[in-house]
Write a protein that binds this ligand. Structure first.
Ligand code: GLC
Length: 419
C-alpha cells in the first residue's frame, strides 16, 4: 500500500499530477524554419504525459528582435510568459530575471557537455538548460559542381573562385537566376556570426578576447571583411545585405545558389519531399581563411524560466521534458538539431537518419564562441557595433580597415575601464 503510494508519487513528480494540478503554461520562442511546429509536436507529448497545457508565444525570426522583446517583458516583470527559449549568447544579460536551475536540474546537468552548461552559468547560477547546439555548415550543390568539373572549396579564396565560375557558367547556360553564394548579411546578430567566421578563420581573432581585450581592429580581420565586400554584387545578390537565415535558405532551396552558409536546420528542409534541391546537395565545414583554419560560430538555444512565472514547478517539469535525452534525440532526427548530450552522437538511429548531426560533433565542439562571456551585460551592444561595421563594409560604406578602426573606438567607449 505504502509502496504503491510511493510509486504513484514518483510518477506524479516526473509526469506532473495529470488532471489534479493541471496548469496552463506559456513558452516564447522564435520562428525560423520549423521551430514552432517542432516545438508544438513536443508540447503535445508533454501535455499528454503531464496533464498541463502549454501555449506558444511566437516571436519574430530575428534573434535580435526576440532579444529586444524578451528584455522588455522581463524588465516589466511580465507574468504571462513562463518559459523563454533563449539564445546561447544571452545568459549574462538576462541572468537577473531568470530562475536558477542548478538545483532543480541537478540530476540531469551531468548528461550535457560541460562547456554548454558553463556557457549558461552566470556567477554560479544556471540560467538556462540546453535545448540544442548550433554550428554552421557550407552547403553546396553536388550536381552543379560535378556538372562544371569543380571541387568542394576548402578556402574562402577557392569558394570565391568556384562560386563565380559555376554561377557564370549557369547564367550563360540560360539559368539567369543563379547566384554563387548566399549568407546572412543583414544588420543583426546573424551577421555577427558570419563575420566572426570570416575574421576568425583569417587569423583576425574573436572581436574581444576571452580575457576581455578588444582585438578586432587588425589587418587580418579587415582583409576578411573586404573579401566579403567583394562578394556582394558579384557572387552574392545585392539583396544579401538584407538576408537573415530564412532569406538565404529561400534562394538556396529554390535552387538558385551554388553555395550557402547556414545552420543544420536547413539540411532536412532542403531534402524535404517538395524541395527542388532534394538529394542534390551536401554540407561540409566552412572554408578556411588565410590563417589555414576554419571557424564556425557557436550557436544554440536553451530554455529559461522567468522569475515572474506563477507556475514555476510546472515550468521546471516542462524544461526537464524538453531538454531530456529523448526530446533531444527526437529533435536530432526530425530537424537535425545538434544534441548537447554527447552520447546521442553515437545513437544508431541518428547516425543512420541524420548523418550531418553525427558528423557535426567535432564542428560544434571546436566552434568559436561569440564574446558574450567577456563582455557580460554589454554583449548586445558590442555585437551591434560589430554587425554594423560588417554590414557597412559589405555595402561599401568605408572599407574594413576604416570601419574596424571606428569600431575599436566605439568598443573602447562601451568598455571604459571594465566590461
Ligand atoms: C542561430 C544560432 C544562434 C544565433 C542565430 C543568429 O539561431 O543558433 O545562436 O544567434 O542563429 O541569427
Amino acid at each position: 500500500m505504502l509502496k504503491a503510494f510511493a510509486a504513484g508519487l514518483i510518477a506524479a513528480t516526473i509526469l506532473g499530477n495529470a488532471g489534479a494540478h493541471a496548469e496552463t503554461l506559456s513558452i516564447a520562442l522564435g520562428s525560423v524554419g520549423r521551430d514552432v511546429d517542432e516545438m508544438r509536436g513536443q508540447l503535445d507529448a508533454f501535455e499528454k504525459a503531464s496533464g498541463h497545457k502549454v501555449t506558444i508565444v511566437t516571436m519574430p525570426a530575428s534573434t535580435t528582435d526576440q532579444f529586444g522583446q524578451y528584455r522588455l517583458w522581463l524588465s516589466a516583470g511580465n507574468k504571462d510568459v513562463d518559459v523563454y527559449r533563449t539564445d546561447v549568447i544571452w545568459a549574462p544579460q538576462l541572468a537577473a530575471n531568470l530562475v536558477d536551475l542548478s538545483g532543480p536540474m541537478k540530476d540531469v546537468i551531468g548528461q550535457h557537455l560541460p562547456a554548454v552548461i558553463q556557457s549558461q552559468t552566470v556567477d554560479g547560477k544556471l540560467v538556462a538548460m540546453p535545448l540544442f547546439a548550433d554550428a554552421p555548415a557550407l552547403y553546396y550543390r553536388k550536381d552543379l559542381l560535378e556538372k562544371h568539373g569543380r571541387q568542394v572549396p576548402k578556402t574562402w579564396a577557392e569558394l570565391t573562385e568556384t562560386a563565380k565560375f559555376v554561377q557564370d557558367a549557369e547564367r550563360q547556360g540560360g539559368n539567369a537566376q543563379m547566384n554563387g553564394f548566399v549568407f546572412q548579411g543583414a544588420a543583426y546578430e546573424g551577421l555577427t556570426c558570419d563575420a566572426l567566421e570570416w575574421t576568425a578563420s583569417n587569423g583576425g581573432g574573436q572581436i574581444v578576447s576571452p580575457e576581455g581585450e578588444i582585438t578586432v581592429n587588425n589587418p587580418k580581420a579587415a582583409a576578411a571583411l573586404d573579401m566579403a565586400h567583394g562578394w556582394v554584387g558579384t557572387i552574392a545578390p545585392q539583396g544579401v545585405l538584407g538576408y537573415m537565415e530564412e532569406e538565404s535558405r529561400g534562394v538556396w532551396q529554390t535552387g538558385n545558389a551554388v553555395f550557402m552558409r547556414n545552420w543544420p536546420y536547413a539540411y532536412p528542409l532542403g531534402n524535404a519531399a517538395d524541395s527542388p534541391i532534394k538529394g542534390k546537395f551536401d554540407a561540409v565545414p566552412l572554408p578556411a581563411g588565410e590563417g589555414g583554419q576554419s571557424a564556425a560560430c557557436l550557436g544554440g538555444w536553451n530554455l529559461a524560466i522567468s522569475q515572474y512565472s506563477e507556475h514555476k514547478d510546472a515550468a521546471i517539469e516542462l524544461v526537464k521534458f524538453l531538454t531530456s535525452a529523448e526530446a533531444q534525440k527526437s529533435r536530432a532526427l526530425g530537424t537535425a538539431r545538434l544534441p548537447t548530450i554527447p552520447s546521442l552522437y553515437e545513437d544508431p538511429e541518428i547516425v543512420a537518419q541524420q548523418p550531418l548531426v553525427a558528423k557535426w560533433k567535432s564542428v560544434f565542439e571546436n566552434a568559436t564562441p561569440r564574446p558574450s562571456a567577456p563582455t557580460k551585460a554589454k554583449y548586445n551592444e558590442v555585437s551591434q557595433q560589430f554587425w554594423t561595421a560588417a554590414n557597412k563594409t559589405l555595402a561599401g560604406q568605408g572599407d574594413g580597415a576604416a570601419n574596424l578602426q571606428d569600431l575599436e573606438r566605439q568598443l573602447r567607449r562601451l568598455k571604459r575601464n571594465a566590461w
